[in-house]
Design a protein around this ligand. Sequence first.
Ligand code: DO4
Ligand code: MG
Length: 285
Amino acid sequence: MKLAKFVCDALGPATGVVEEDRVVPLWTTDGPLRSLERILESDDPVSMADRLRRPDRSLPLAEVTLRAPLDRQEVWAAGVTYKRSRTARMEESESAASCYDRVYESPRPELFLKATAHRVSGPGQPLRIRADATWNVPEPELTLVANSRVELVGYTIGNDMSSRDIEGDNPLYLPQAKVYNQCCGLGPWITLVAGMPPRSEIGIRLQILRDGHPVFEGATSVSEMARTFEDLLGWLARDNSFPHGVLLLTGTGIVPDSEFTLRAGDEVRIAIDGIGELSNPVVQG
Ligand code: DO4
Ligand code: MG
């Protein structure tokens, strides 16, 4: 089952179940359900969503505007969970190369606060390159959706926009390289756990278009990830509470070659098996 947040003239902000090319709104006695929290917090999200479906009010997806599938959750991210990321970080930061090497091997993962809801862009909304950065990349990441008990409920697509020159200059600049306005893409919806393929069959693909033509294409598989989802969520939850739930980007396994940097006007497309495609235009400054 796929759960989306959307806006349309008839309903205003609403939530729904995506079924092929239509969205079936979720309804309560007060009218359209506006946040996903109630479903994600339920012991049985699929049954609850089923009970709230209003098929008589279903709409073509083409007639609604999808929004990022989060409410009030914090958005966290894991780093250096794939070999490709370890190599890229060691190249960009000679002085701190051993930090990245060690964290890849260490039991404790790298975890950082990536975004709050107002810094997140949904499908089709712009993602930003910092005005003071010169070397920027998107990071396509499978994103775990967990409830307030930090139980895995579903998955979405995340884009951990990153300024490699800022982080490469000094790893203590990581929060500035990672956290700023429109620094994180999420969407297009959440696939609940039962609807995902096995971990070994989840492919991740990145395409970057410039003037409508591909300037970078890459692919990886979640089977390349050095850590399990349970391990990452377990570390995240240590002495840390999430009253509204939390989303966790699980790290990138695709990093363009060092010569590549994103430009304003580019379009970033990320596809993940079992979920769909997230596409965003890029702006700067
Ligand atoms: O250590 C820097 C961040 C790494 C990261 O974001 C990733 O591996 O995806
Ligand atoms: Mg990342």
